[in-house]
Design a protein. Structure first.
Length: 138
């Protein structure tokens, strides 16, 4: 039998949302002070990380991250108070939902198949092509 874990995306409107990926990017940027290092840590292209950051900063009136351009002294990225508040609110809500999940879904967890324990398959093309490549090598 597996363990319940809630992951969620919060939609602010039809075009603006935040979920586990964007929050993880913000956390890594906070930890490393660098968008490029955050992208590397998340196995994400720099371009994709920049797109997500741009999306985040356009969602709110106040920027979530301040960046400085690289050069001889190097660039950097710093979460603003708004960025820190968003990460904190997201993680707090996530923790609350995970605490409540067993009450609502615990009985259903007992009905899940043993085959699915610990297996979470991505539906992205990249993940599917990686699985095919691994199978070919085997």
């Amino acid at each position: 039998m597996g363990k319940l874990k809630v992951t969620f995306r919060l939609d602010f409107d039809a075009e603006n949302a935040i979920g586990p990926g964007k929050v993880a990017l913000l956390e890594k940027m906070r930890d490393y002070g660098s968008l490029s290092q955050a992208a590397r840590e998340l196995d994400m292209s720099y371009r994709r990380a920049w797109q997500l950051l741009s999306s985040l900063n356009q969602t709110f009136r106040t920027p979530l991250v301040l960046t400085t351009i690289g050069g001889s002294g190097g660039g950097g990225a710093t979460l603003t108070k708004m960025g820190e508040a968003l990460v904190s609110a997201y993680r707090s809500f996530e923790k609350d939902m995970n605490a409540r999940a067993p009450k609502h879904f615990g009985a259903l967890l007992q009905e899940t198949s043993d085959r699915t324990a610990g297996v979470r398959r991505s539906i992205t093309r990249k993940a599917a092509s990686t699985r095919r490549a691994v199978r070919r090598q085997a």
